[in-house]
Design a protein around this ligand. Structure first.
Ligand code: SPQ
Length: 426
C-alpha cells in the first residue's frame, strides 16, 4: 500500500485499542477461573484472537460480542485435550504463556505458528518447564515451534532465576507454578511487565512479590470477575512519536495504560525534552490521558533497567531519535533480536533505506539525529511494529513516496491503525 506522506500536521484525540498483554491474560485467567468473567474493551487484534481460539479448543466457551467478551471459566481442572494442533499465529505471548498453562494438564497438545513465530526460541520456557516435569519438544536446539507438549498433574515446584528479562517466561512459569505441588520461587533478571501478577490478585489469587523475587503457591483457585482493558501504551507510542515529530501537531490520547512497568517511553520522551502532559490519571485502572505537541528534541542514552519498560517501543523510539539534536544510543536491548523480526537489524535497514543514519550494534543502535527522510519501499517482514513505524516515518517524507509491503501484519496488534491515523491527519 502507498502510505500518506508530507503531513501538514496531526491533530485531534484518540482512544487507542485495548492493551494486548492484558487482553491475552484476561482470556487466560477468565478461562482458568470458575464462573463467568466479562472483559470490556478487549483488543480485537489477531494475536488475541489466537489466544481466544486456543482456549476454545481447550474446551472453554467464550462468547465474543465485540467490545464485550464473556468467558465461561472452567478452572484449571476443567480444560480438555484439544482435538487438533493449536494455531498461535504470530503471537509469542500466546505460545509461551499457554505452554505454562498446559504444563499442569495431563494431556498432549501441539502448538504451531506463522513463519515469524516459527523462528522464535522457545527454549527459554521449555528448559524450566522440563525441570518441573513436563515432556516437551521443539525444533532445533532452541526448541523453535511447532512445540509438542505433555503436561502432568504432578508438577514439581521450581526455584528459578530467569537468564533473560522476559515477562513471557516469567508468566509461563507462574502459570505452571499455580498448578505445582508446593511453592515456586521465580527471580527476574530485570523487572518486566507485571500484568500476570496484577491479574492473579484481581481474580482472587495470591502471590508474594519482593523486588525481583516472586513466590507462588500451587493449587489455587480463581474466581471470575470483570476486567476493563485500558488502551495499549505500545499502540499509543506510534501517535506519541508522530505528535512530537510532525510539525504543527497536537494529539490527545485518552485512557492509555500507564502501569509503571510499561511507561519507559514516557521517561524517554521527557528526557529528550518532548512536550508531553499526563492528565486524568485513574490510579485504580492505571490509565491516563497523554497529550503531545510538536517539540524540539535532544538525543539521549537508553540502557539498563529501563529497557524492559519500553522494549516494544524501541522501533518507534528509533524513529524519534532520527529527529533529535545529537546522537542517541540504545544499549542492553539484545532481546530485540528475537522479536517478530530481528528488530535491531530490520529497524536500522528500514529507516536507513529512508535516509536515516542508524548503526546497528550487538545490543542496540546508534542513531544520528536531524536526518531528512525520503521515499522508499518497505516490507514489514510480518512485523506489525515495523509496519506502524514505517507509516509514522512516511509522514515526514517530503520527497518521493513510501510503499509498504505486507502491511496486513499490523492486524496483529492494531487493526484500526490506518483509520486512526487518517482521523488525525489535517
Ligand atoms: O506476543 P509477542 O509476539 O511476543 O509480542 C511482542 C510485541 O511486540 O507485541 C514482542 F514481540 O510483545 C511482547 C513483549 O515484547 C509481549 C509480552 C507479554 O505480553 O508478556 C512481553 C514482551 O516479550 P518478552 O519476550 O520480553 O517477554
Amino acid at each position: 500500500m502507498k502510505l500518506p506522506t508530507n503531513a501538514a500536521g496531526l491533530s485531534g484525540q484518540l482512544k487507542v485499542p485495548g492493551d494486548k498483554s492484558i487482553s491475552h491474560r484476561s482470556i487466560m485467567f477468565g478461562s482458568l477461573a470458575k464462573g463467568v468473567t466479562r472483559v470490556y474493551d478487549i483488543l480485537r487484534g489477531e494475536d488475541v484472537l489466537s489466544t481466544m481460539a486456543a482456549f476454545r479448543s481447550l474446551g472453554v466457551e467464550i462468547e465474543d460480542h465485540g467490545s464485550e467478551v464473556i468467558i465461561h471459566g472452567v478452572g484449571f481442572k476443567g480444560l480438555r485435550a484439544p482435538q487438533t494442533a493449536l494455531d498461535m499465529g504470530n503471537s509469542g505471548t500466546s505460545i509461551r504463556l499457554i505452554s505454562g498453562v498446559l504444563a499442569g494438564q495431563a494431556f498432549r497438545a501441539e502448538m504451531f505458528g506463522d513463519d515469524s513465530l516459527s523462528k522464535r526460541p522457545m527454549d527459554r520456557v521449555t528448559v524450566p518447564l522440563r525441570q518441573m516435569g513436563v515432556e516437551v519438544s521443539g525444533q532445533t536446539d532452541r526448541d523453535l515451534p511447532p512445540l509438542k507438549l505433555k503436561g502432568t498433574s504432578h508438577l514439581r515446584p521450581i526455584t528459578y532465576t530467569l537468564p533473560v528479562a522476559s515477562a513471557q517466561v516469567k508468566s509461563a512459569l507462574i502459570f505452571a507454578a499455580l498448578q505445582a505441588d508446593g511453592e515456586s520461587v521465580i527471580t527476574e533478571k530485570e523487572l518486566t511487565r507485571n500484568h500476570t501478577e496484577d491479574m492473579i490478585r484481581q481474580f482472587g489469587g495470591k502471590l508474594t512479590v519482593n523486588g525481583k523475587e516472586i513466590r507462588v503457591r500451587g493449587g489455587q483457585t480463581f474466581t471470575a470477575t470483570e476486567v476493563t482493558v485500558p488502551g495499549d501504551i505500545s499502540s499509543a507510542a506510534f501517535f506519541l512519536v508522530a505528535g512530537l515529530i510532525v510539525p504543527n501537531s497536537i494529539i490527545r490520547l485518552e485512557n492509555v495504560g500507564i502501569n509503571e512497568t510499561r511507561t519507559g517511553i514516557i521517561d524517554v520522551i521527557q528526557a529528550m525534552g518532548g512536550d508531553l502532559t499526563i492528565s486524568d490519571v485513574d490510579e485504580l485502572a492505571k490509565s491516563a490521558t497523554l497529550t503531545v505537541r510538536t517539540s524540539q528534541l535532544q538525543a539521549t542514552e537508553i540502557s539498563g533497567a529501563i529497557i524492559p519498560r519500553l522494549i516494544d517501543e524501541l522501533p518507534i523510539i528509533a524513529l524519534l531519535a532520527t529527529q533529535a539534536n545529537g546522537t542517541t544510543v540504545i544499549r542492553d536491548a539484545e532481546e530485540l533480536k528475537v522479536k517478530e523480526t530481528d528488530r535491531i537489524q530490520v529497524v536500522a535497514d528500514m529507516l536507513n533505506a529512508m535516509g536515516a543514519e542508524i548503526t546497528p550494534t550487538a545490543d542496540g543502535m546508534r542513531i544520528k539525529g536531524k536526518t531528512q527522510l525520503t521515499g522508499a519501499t518497505i516490507n514489514t517482514q510480518g512485523d506489525h511494529r515495523i509496519g506502524m513505524t514505517a507509516a509514522i516515518a512516511a509522514l515526514l517524507v517530503t520527497d518521493g513516496q513510501v510503499v509498504l509491503e505486507r502491511s496486513e501484519a499490523i492486524q496483529t496488534s492494531y487493526p484500526t491503525f490506518f483509520e486512526d491515523l487518517d482521523q488525525l491527519l489535517r
